[in-house]
Unconditional design. Structure first.
Length: 279
């Protein structure tokens, strides 16, 4: 299996990336980003609301300066905190993210949430403008359900390259996943490990012992093998390595079915239908 997937604009996205939610700015985060890249991660995921873009950018710039990778080999994602912001404010949000990260461009820029007011069209048009000006490699959305995507596709021009959604064995998101496959939108899983709350699940532990892998590796391999991009977060060097060491085995079809049968359609994180940017 290739370690990348082709997006609807031809850009290659790594199947496994490194998440950075709930990690504050600081030397520890910059060091963790460097560790991740040294372990083979090429996708790094951050967001304006995480208030850590500067340290993420610092780790990236340091590892490039050390000659370990080039900027072109990396796939850097951030997200606009699009809480009712205007077209102009969305353009500014992208410039602000680049300034904080001290980078010239991002590979993927996302609208973080649809919100409850359905006011994301001007925000998306701003992302379309940034993309048309070739200042970002790809644009996408996060936490969009089918009706949000239907509105976006009907009223705007560019089909999102990615929809980043909460996705784990207890929440397989079949409906939005099927819709995204139909429209050529890549699914990317956030909180793939349910923020570590699913790692003791009996079925997953049984499957893990069958393959001699950890529960985390089974979940991440399931996502990777079913063409879902996944972005586990860890600040622990051994886990950073563990979470990307998933390309040396295949899950049997019957085990993939067992994992997907765990679905409960619940939400560990906020439900996009009611999420109004924490207001
Ligand atoms: P994850 O599901 O990635 O879980 C992270 C937690 O699991 C941490 O506590 C980590 O601990 C622990 N962990 C990681 N790997 C292992 C392992 N191999 N064994 C045991 N424990 C492990 O949660 P996140 O919520 O961080 O989601 C991942 C990323 O998705 C985020 O960091 C962010 O980039 C993105 N995201 C996007 C959202 C959106 O709205 N678009 C919302 C939420 C997340 P430790 O660090 O101590 O090792």
């Amino acid at each position: 299996m290739s370690k990348t997937i082709e997006l609807n604009n031809g850009l290659l996205i790594p199947r496994v990336g490194y998440g950075t939610f709930r990690v504050p700015e600081g030397a520890d985060l910059a060091a963790a980003v460097k560790t991740a890249i040294k372990e083979g991660y090429r996708l790094i995921d951050t967001a304006a609301i995480y208030e850590n873009e500067a340290s993420v950018g610092q780790g990236i710039r340091e590892v490039i300066a050390e000659g370990l990778v080039t900027r072109e080999e990396l796939f850097i994602t951030s997200k606009a905190w699009n809480d009712g912001i205007s077209y102009e404010e969305t353009l500014q949000a992208y410039d602000d993210a680049l300034a904080r990260m001290e980078l010239d461009y991002l590979d993927l820029y996302l609208l973080h949430w649809p919100g409850t007011k359905n006011d994301f069209i001007p925000q998306w048009e701003a992302l379309e403008k940034i993309y048309a000006d070739k200042r970002v490699k790809s644009i996408g959305v996060s936490n969009f359900h089918v009706h949000h995507l239907e509105k976006l596709l009907k009223e705007t021009t560019i089909v999102p390259a990615v929809n980043q959604i909460e996705l784990n064995p207890l929440q397989t998101q079949k409906q939005v996943h099927a819709f995204c496959i139909e429209k050529g939108i890549q699914i990317e899983a956030w909180s793939p490990l349910m923020n570590a709350e699913i790692l003791e699940h009996a079925t997953l532990k049984t499957i893990a012992s069958k393959y001699g892998k950890t529960t985390a590796q089974i979940i991440l391999r399931w996502q990777t093998q079913t063409d879902i991009v996944t972005i586990p977060k860890s600040m622990t060097p051994s886990r950073i390595a563990e979470n990307i060491a998933i390309f040396d085995f295949d899950l049997d079809g019957e085990d993939i079915l067992l994992i997907e049968a765990l679905n409960e359609d619940g939400h560990y994180g906020p439900d996009p239908e009611g999420f109004d940017f924490g207001r």
